[in-house]
Design a protein around this ligand. Structure first.
Ligand SMILES: Cc1cc2nc3c(=O)[nH]c(=O)nc-3n(C[C@H](O)[C@H](O)[C@H](O)COP(=O)(O)OP(=O)(O)OC[C@H]3O[C@@H](n4cnc5c(N)ncnc54)[C@H](O)[C@@H]3O)c2cc1C
Length: 381
């Protein structure tokens, strides 16, 4: 079979991939077991990624960022996901930077983006609350404008990078009368912030290297000039504008994980013996791998098409939702088959397919559940 090369790849990106791949092999792979054990990747790796120029790759150099485009971000996501690395919250960090870039003033961009690109500020997206996940308009965290600052009270849950985030894109209510027009986005620098508290790092089914956390705000004072947007109440519209970008990141990490798992499983079945032959010679095993490889290729072609559309600002919400839902459902099926082909070893954490399987489950839940994706798609069908 001819090797597949994504149509958006070129020579420059090929060289960039080599650099990224080296960084991932040297700085991330050897640390993954420790990160999984301590439920955090720590701050050092953020600084190292910043020094290498690997953060905020698709934002302009004017703000100290990479000056590339979404393809550069994709390469870094892929190199991690193919190796089953799931602790480094690059996705939410980039999303956080994008909110600043898309909706911030010139002064706000200069205040936050260079430090995010250097890995000095670690970004997080703080939307979900104990009583408001899919139904974001039910958010109760409140920000009251008092002179030149907002007084924030409330709590957030399930926040990726939450344990060590130093810059939050906080979704908060600035108006209690209106559900949709009552939300605003406020950037919150958390270091030494009085009244701000990180709760427990949550004990999860997968993603053990992720410091997913609860966040609490008790009379927290945030300067009024940290709000994104010229007026209050734009939050819901700003959130909707960035959804295709966020959903595509989830889908492309899904397809890269599938590719990594199929490649690894294909090697394994060519070595593992049962009943006097390598299991990879058995028809059932070959058929299962053929099915996994086919689904993975279909997912890849679809995701590549979405990447190309995003590059020219033509990726709409419905197509991004299709990619998020279908790829992550497929990811879980493929990972399940790979675990099965490993037999008992597939159930052992020391094997990559086992870790990938556990990590893959949440892909169908976060970033908008797959049911919400279908709800959105169905409205346009
Ligand atoms: C590991 C992890 C990391 C996360 N990271 C972040 C983060 O960084 N930032 C952040 O803000 N949030 C984050 N989340 C939260 C995540 O986005 C939410 O959990 C998700 O949106 C679902 O919300 P919920 O948990 O409140 O479920 P609910 O909204 O209560 O949904 C429960 C069930 O009801 C279904 N349902 C709800 N409404 C409908 C509907 N209209 N039609 C059909 N079915 C429906 C859902 O699909 C789901 O199956 C994370 C979650 C996890 C587990």
């Amino acid at each position: 079979m001819n090797p597949y090369v994504s149509p958006w790849m070129d020579e420059e990106l090929g060289l960039f991939r080599e650099t990224v791949s080296r960084f991932v092999e040297i700085e991330m792979v050897p640390n993954d077991a420790t990160w999984r054990y301590q439920h955090s990747v720590g701050k050092e790796i953020w600084r190292k990624a910043g020094e290498m120029g690997l953060l905020c790759l698709d934002l302009p150099t004017t703000y100290g960022c990479g000056g590339g485009d979404f393809r550069h971000e994709v390469v870094f996501y892929e190199e991690q996901a193919r190796r089953g690395l799931s602790g480094f919250g690059q996705g939410v960090h980039s999303m956080c930077a994008h909110y600043v870039y898309n909706y911030g003033t010139e002064e706000q961009k200069r205040r936050w983006l260079p430090r995010m690109a250097r890995g000095e500020l670690i970004g997080a997206i703080a939307m979900t609350e104990p009583d408001a996940g899919s139904d974001l308009q039910g958010i109760r965290t409140r920000a009251n404008l008092e002179g030149d600052f907002y007084r924030v009270n409330g709590s957030k849950i399930f926040i990726t990078n939450g344990g060590q985030a130093s810059l939050l894109m906080l979704v908060t209510r600035t108006n209690t009368e209106e559900r949709k027009r009552g939300l605003s986005l406020i950037m919150v620098e958390t270091e030494n912030l009085s009244g701000y508290r990180v709760g427990r790092v949550l004990d999860k089914m997968g993603l053990p290297a992720q410091d997913t956390a609860e966040l609490f705000f008790e009379d927290v004072r945030v300067p009024a000039d940290c709000r994104l947007g010229a007026e209050e109440g734009l939050g819901m519209y700003q959130l909707m504008g960035d959804l295709p970008y966020e959903r595509l990141i989830i889908a492309l990490c899904g397809v890269a994980a599938m590719e990594g798992a199929v490649a690894e499983t294909s090697k394994y079945v060519k070595e593992r013996k049962a009943f006097g032959q390598v299991i990879g010679q058995m028809q059932h095993v070959r058929f299962k791998l053929a099915e996994c490889a086919t689904v993975t290729r279909i997912a890849r072609v679809f995701v590549d098409d979405c990447i190309q559309k995003l590059l020219v600002s033509k990726l709409d919400n419905e197509i991004a939702s299709m990619a998020k839902y279908w790829v992550t459902d497929s990811q879980q099926q493929v990972l399940d088959e790979c675990v099965q082909l490993y037999g008992g070893y597939g159930y052992m954490n020391e094997y990559m397919v086992c870790r990938m399987f556990m990590d893959s489950r949440v892909q169908r839940i976060y970033g908008g559940t797959n049911e919400i994706m279908k709800e959105l798609i169905s409205r346009s069908v």
